[in-house]
Ligand binder design. Structure first.
Ligand code: F6R
Length: 611
């Protein structure tokens, strides 16, 4: 989603802003812009539709330079992706960039029109720029005080950074519902929506809290909280392994491909971090966690998208292994529903980014509802979800840049399984042999390496999809969510319409879709549902559907010309959902390559869904 970077220095900051925008590209965007002011109070700005590179070329052409500046990648919400809708937006001396959505912008627009302002864009952001200008004209005190008067008039979520051409040696920012950080540099300070944008210039970060307003100059940083009191916020010196090497995708062609291939190592890291003397440890959750886990009688999991598919799988595990009833829900539904908390319920949020607006809103909503506590399983240690949850488990996937989640999904599943086994032990459920499962988990990275060796076979299979417009994915049990994940991966990066069904549902409707030529991808594992799934395969075959089956090599099928089977090495059934996610990712990746789509930044999508 939208990305922000701002800088105040004694040197020209144009390249810092452009490099920052490049590092934010992974979030997904459709236009980009930048504004800078130099020592002579000369404001220059440029906005371009499309990639940051187009903006970079334009900046070169017009030789922009300045010591104070703001820049933005925009993911359209209000108004099409056009140059006039791209940020920064300007109202006289006020120049702003904004992430988030102002819900009452229409009303504010009408009021501002009556005050004589005219609008050059369709955005909600331009409203903020005019509002700041209007308030400044009413009482020309410090910009931070002007912003304090503007904030109560804005309904919605936002992070904004403001530059004032009348006072160009400072930037002011405000945060509510959308992440914003300060980076402390040498004779320079910065704002950004994501610390990654600032990695080339600093590792010292201050995370703004809800309702904070901050002002930076090249030497000073000052923060006011939501009641206007000056506050100190902790400075974190970033030790993360996230480095420029994470951003380098060579020798791979795409980040998605790199991240698919990083899965064996990422899963290994996740497993090792949670093992102690051959048993699972959840030391990360603190010394009193066992007391809490013994009280848990129910688990409520909330997530979106791919993370929701992890939730679906973990419900099977929690109920079967830990004997805990579990409900799962998409965050955007949960947050608008009058839900009832079961007694002894633990809330779990799942998120790769830790910034997903709906998941975050759901967490905040549950704060006083009576849950035993909130646990988040997340891949970004400094994210808002992590900061606002009672308990945190970090997946060790490393930075994931491709919009389509791959390694963050499989590490999320791995950690969830380990958590379920741990909770089963705490609850005294001895039916499963933890050591055996740990042993199988330790072999999982090498099993996934075996799948990666099937790249050519999957690539070959992908060729069939060149002219396909639809695809159906089938699975049963824990592999039904993986069928859903396969369908989601395919639609998001290849734009082929894909649906997933629990195979037992075929005859209740989707069988009508089957005709000769309809591709049906089936995930088959050697579990208690195998015979039932084979019957479903027959239902498709007799209607002429083109079957593409992913199955373990010890499973036999009646051969036929409508059926192509990709055989995989055998896997422990408990781990099958983690394992089968990988060929689904590879299939989607190869189909997208053939289709020539933008694999890492698929159209209309964003990595971090902050609105
Ligand atoms: C799909 C994908 C999305 C995210 C969803 C939630 O590949 O990545 O469906 O899973 O937007 O994001 P997180 O996990 O960051 O909360």
């Amino acid at each position: 989603m939208c990305g922000i970077i701002g800088a105040v220095a004694q040197r020209n900051i144009v390249n810092i802003l452009l490099e920052g925008l490049r590092l934010l590209e992974y979030r997904g965007y459709d236009s980009a812009g930048l504004a800078v002011i130099n020592h002579n109070n000369n404001l220059q700005y440029l906005r371009k539709v499309g990639k940051v590179n187009t903006l970079v070329e334009a900046v070169k052409q017009y030789s922009l330079s300045g010591e104070t500046g703001i820049a933005h990648t925009r993911w359209a919400t209000h108004g099409n992706p056009t140059e006039s809708n791209a940020h920064p937006h300007i109202s006289n001396n006020i120049i702003i960039v904004h992430n988030g959505i102002i819900e009452n912008y229409q009303l504010l627009r009408d009021i501002l029109r009556q005050r004589g302002y005219s609008f050059l864009s369709e955005t909600d952001t331009e409203v903020i720029a005019h509002l700041i200008h209007w308030e400044q004209c009413q009482k020309n005190n410090l910009l931070t005080q002007v912003i304090q008067r503007v904030i109560p008039q804005l309904h919605g979520t936002y992070s904004i950074v403001i530059m004032d051409n009348l006072n160009p040696s400072r930037l002011v920012a405000a945060r509510s519902g959308s992440p914003l950080i300060i980076g402390r540099g040498e004779e320079a300070n910065f704002f950004a929506s994501d610390q990654r944008a600032l990695l080339p210039v600093t590792r010292r970060f201050i995370f703004l809290e809800e309702g904070d307003i901050a002002e930076i100059t090249n030497k000073t940083i000052c923060i006011w909280n939501n009641i206007g009191k000056i506050v100190e916020r902790a400075e974190i010196v970033y030790q993360i392994k996230t480095d420029m090497k994470d951003i380098d995708k060579s020798p791979y062609c795409h980040y998605m491909q790199k991240e698919i291939y990083e899965q064996p190592l990422a899963i290994k890291n996740t497993i090792e971090k949670h093992l102690c003397s051959g048993l699972i440890t959840m030391a990360e959750l603190g010394p009193d966690i066992d007391i809490l886990l013994r009280q848990v009688q129910h688990v409520q999991i909330i997530a979106c998208g791919t993370s929701y598919h992890s939730a679906m799988v973990s419900r099977y595990w929690l109920e079967a292994l830990a004997k805990l009833p579990c409900d799962i829900e998409i965050a955007s539904e949960f947050r608008y529903r009058k839900s009832i908390v079961r007694s002894g319920s633990l809330l779990i949020t799942l998120s790769q980014s830790g910034e997903t607006a709906d998941t975050l809103a759901a967490l905040r909503l549950t704060k006083n509802m009576g849950y035993l506590g909130s646990l988040t399983i997340c891949n970004v240690a400094c994210s808002t979800l992590v900061r606002e949850s009672d308990f945190v488990l970090i997946t060790n996937a490393g930075t994931e840049i491709s919009v389509a989640s791959t390694k963050s999904f499989t590490t999320q599943l791995t950690l969830l399984l380990m958590f379920v086994i741990y909770i089963a032990r705490i609850r005294g459920i001895n039916k499963l042999s933890e050591k055996q499962i740990v042993h199988a988990l330790q072999k999982l990275p090498s099993c996934i390496e075996q799948i990666l060796l099937l790249d050519q076979a999957i690539k070959h299979l992908a060729e069939v999809f060149i002219n396909k417009e639809h695809a159906l994915f089938l699975g049963r049990g824990t592999l039904y969510p993986i069928a859903m994940e396969g369908a989601l991966k395919l639609k998001e990066i290849s734009y082929i319409h894909a649906e997933a069904y629990a195979a037992g549902e075929l005859k209740h409707g989707p069988l009508a879709l089957i005709n000769p030529g309809m591709p049906v991808i089936v995930i088959v594992s050697n579990n208690e549902l195998l015979d039932k799934l084979k019957s479903n395969i027959e239902e498709v075959r007799t209607r002429g559907g083109q079957l593409y089956i992913f199955a373990e090599k010890n499973i036999t099928f009646t051969k036929s010309k409508e059926m192509k089977v990709i055989f995989l090495p055998n896997i422990e059934p408990l781990l099958a959902p983690i394992y089968y996610a990988v060929p689904m990712q590879m299939l989607a990746y190869h189909i997208a390559l053939i289709k020539g789509t933008d694999v890492d930044q698929p159209r209309n999508l964003a990595k971090s869904v902050t609105v």
